[in-house]
Design a protein around this ligand. Sequence first.
Ligand SMILES: [Zn+2]
Length: 97
Amino acid sequence: MFILHCPHCAEAREEEEFSNAGEAFIVRPATPDSASDAEWGDYVFMRKNSKGWHWEQWLHAAGCRKVVVVKRHTATHEIAGCWTLAEGKRLYLQEEA
Ligand SMILES: [Zn+2]
């Protein structure tokens, strides 16, 4: 179990209040009308599932019901931070650049 800080509620809450919605910031095919079945398959089903730091989306299901972006270490469950979608995306893009 770990503690997540909801940026919308401004409270630190137990993991059980949240529902993991999977990997954050998955890139949709740039040209959806001409994307192949393989490209759609990758977009819908394929995930990194890596060991280490991972950007995830969590839904504060037992709280405000808003989405929270969490950077979590998948092996240690250490939390680097929790942000709104806009804040998290900005930090993610800075990290990826
Ligand atoms: Zn909340």
